[in-house]
Design a binder for this molecule. Structure first.
Ligand SMILES: [Zn+2]
Length: 164
């Protein structure tokens, strides 16, 4: 399942990518269309062309595109993840090798020799972790590893989704 996430939901877009869901964020399309903000009809056009479900908090937009969209209510990324789980039965099993770059949505590749990325991360991260992954998009090249921020996210998701 692939998504196009509306402008108000940037944090949700990053979280979906972390869990491996192919997710385009509306504001990432500003350079593509050269319009800021990207108008609703362009978002719909893009979503239809790339077979993506639109996730939005904008009720008026949702009501126009119901068949291709999910409407989220309230606030908070964990609340949104819970609603998506209930509506679409999404799973949030973190596996870094299946995750996507939270910055640009590209796939990740394992860094074969960690000394090659030594200058791109903090010394303590370099010391404390052995497995690193890098964004496959050469213009991005962001580095990822399974640090405490990921453990926290996974624990919060378990807690919030288990308690109804
Ligand atoms: Zn990237």
């Amino acid at each position: 399942m692939k998504f196009l996430v509306d402008a108000m939901l940037g944090k949700l877009a990053r979280f979906l990518r972390i869990f491996g869901y192919d997710t385009i964020y509306a504001n990432d399309l500003i350079p593509y269309y050269n319009i800021d903000p990207v108008p609703d009809e362009k978002l719909l056009e893009y979503a239809l062309d790339s077979r993506r479900t639109i996730i939005t908090k904008d009720l008026a937009f949702y009501l126009k595109i119901k068949d291709n969209a999910i409407f989220l209510e309230g606030a908070g990324v964990y609340n949104y993840l819970k609603q998506l789980k209930l509506k679409l039965n999404l799973e949030y099993n973190f596996q870094i090798e299946h995750g996507r770059c939270s910055v640009c949505n590209s796939s990740l590749v394992k860094v074969s020799d960690k000394s090659s990325i030594k200058d791109q991360i903090k010394p303590e991260s370099f010391r404390n972790y052995s497995d690193f992954y890098q964004c496959s998009n050469k213009e991005c090249s962001q580095i990822f590893w399974e640090g405490p921020h990921i453990t926290d996210i996974v624990a919060k998701i378990k807690k919030i989704i288990d308690y109804k």
